[in-house]
Design a protein around this ligand. Sequence first.
Ligand SMILES: [Ca+2]
Ligand SMILES: [Ca+2]
Length: 494
Amino acid sequence: MAVLLTFISSHAVTASADQPNILMICVDDLNDWVGFLGGHPQAKTPNMDNLASKGVNFTNAHCTAPGCSPSRNALLFGVEPHKSGLYPFYNLNNVDAESLERFIPMPLLFRENGYETVGISKVWHNPDNKYRQKEQWDEYVMYGTGKKDKTLIKEKGYHPEPFNKRTIACPANNPLSDFGDYKAAQHAVRFLEKNHSRPFFLAVGFILPHTSFIMPEENWDRFLDPIAEPAIKANDLNDVPLVGQSNAQIYVEIPVRQDQAWEEIRRGYLASVNFTDDNVGRVLDALERSSYSDNTVVVLWSDHGYHLGEKRTFSKFSLWEEATRTPLIVYDPRNKSGNGQSCSEPIGLINIYRTLCELSGLKTPDYVDGISLVPWLREPKLPKERPALITWGRGNYSLRLNQWRYTRYFDGTEELYDHHQDPYEWNNLASRPEYMEMMQELASTWLPKQEAAQVSSGRELYNVADADQPDKMIKSYQRYVKRYKKAGLHPPLN
Ligand SMILES: [Ca+2]
Ligand SMILES: [Ca+2]
């Protein structure tokens, strides 16, 4: 500790008055079911839409890894999983110090440079909020979901029995003040109402639309019409290699299908997104009313996307579009040229670290991966050569380009989708000879040439078939396929 304190004080500088504040809004499990990305026709997100219309809306943005822990570690340390070795889920508090010592958490970098840093709720994956908490933040506060204290409204939504926390979708009749995300928003509002003598880095995490889908009744009641089903091809996985198939969380789908609950699940997701949008609006309204509105960069992201039945899967943990695509909005009110436009170039969230450093005049640590997006904030139509790289387990990589998604799994099997012809990624073209050369070139140009070994300490959830655990998840998947057939349901393969 003494060493760290010395390190901080020797690097601490006073931030200058013309440095912008940063408001970073971190949403959990939010896919493209938002107005500004058009992923679902019934999405109601007026506040986020408004932010997207004021700033630069990155419409082809992708997480670095489709799971909370690896995604947030990559974003907040600024390092790709194949460089850090942080491929699956970790509890950072239990990772050996050596594996993390060269990384500077983003909030800590701002604090070392004279910023006041405040963190609210889920910024890092839980329980990583405790990781170096006192060093990273001037103030940090956690508001959970308060799920256990909710009075669920039995007449509305989906209440599986026995209780299944992954799929419950219903409103609760508690007052707003019982909801963790509302408390998080109010905390941010109070912060923005105060006077601050130094520039601030304020990170606000919202937990919905992460499961459980429990939200105030007024949000549920905005979705009483029949909910449109997303585009789903029944036997979509037939042309997907086994490693890819095993990313389909079909065990979650079995009870949902048996209970014919997909519509209520999707309603619950949309209503949860809508509640988060209300809370984002509370924070943005407070910023607008404050004296900081002209000098605060707002960045909004989600840690990954979400499947709601597409490709026969539910939730995240895949290298397909619904799980890797995320919202990303950057609104710098000082930027007069790019604001109000969208950028459709493929952008990885790994680039946020360097972007915020450049916007704030901070020197980016040398180890940080990615590039600064400042040129695209000025000129959103600028072509971008480098694809977004998404990692899910050591050896499993997906490249998202403008037109293509190319995925290669650890065993050499591949997927290739043409987004111009096939936006739902239904037709895997990887076996077609005419694309062989292009796939080889993509692989040799953009896939990692070296892979860090998987960090072995502090590991938690590890639910992917990869170079370090080739069989376990595949066997589990195959067992579930059998169970699926036994249940008399339409199987994911036929
Ligand atoms: Ca998440
Ligand atoms: Ca298919």
